[in-house]
Design a binder for this molecule. Sequence first.
Ligand SMILES: [Zn+2]
Length: 167
Amino acid sequence: MTAAVTPRTSTVTCPHCSKRNRVPAAADSVPRCGNCHQALPWIVDAGDDDFAEVVEHSPVPVLVDLWATWCGPCRMVSPALERIAVERAGELKLAKVDVDTAPRLSQRFEVRAVPTLMVWRDGELLARQPGAAPEPALRNWLDQALNGQVRDDRVRDDRARDAKGDH
Ligand SMILES: [Zn+2]
């Protein structure tokens, strides 16, 4: 195993001027187009080694798509998520995790279904949804997660257990 030396980047086409830009998977601020300076859609890949950097330390909320190459529903959900990320450029990052190449994350999040979607903000897991859903339902779920209206049951259980352990 060799450690990644160069930070991961992806190529994104600017929706405003069509210029292709390279964007870093992790940065302190949202990427902007080198040509027209508008916020770019932030659509990146993440894995076991850079999840903390890419997702937990992101300056904007992150929608995480835990997917697999062999998963049919993933091929319907992923384009919907990308449309949402393009619409919400500057406000949201989309991080895609191929579960087959990320065994530690699969274990950490006990991934039993793909796709599994998560919403993170400021290093906190806000919500999690196993399985595919139609685009309008995904939008609602994302908005509710960001507004604190849905919680991840497993997170709540962990907190209850942690609270007991403290006393
Ligand atoms: Zn541009």
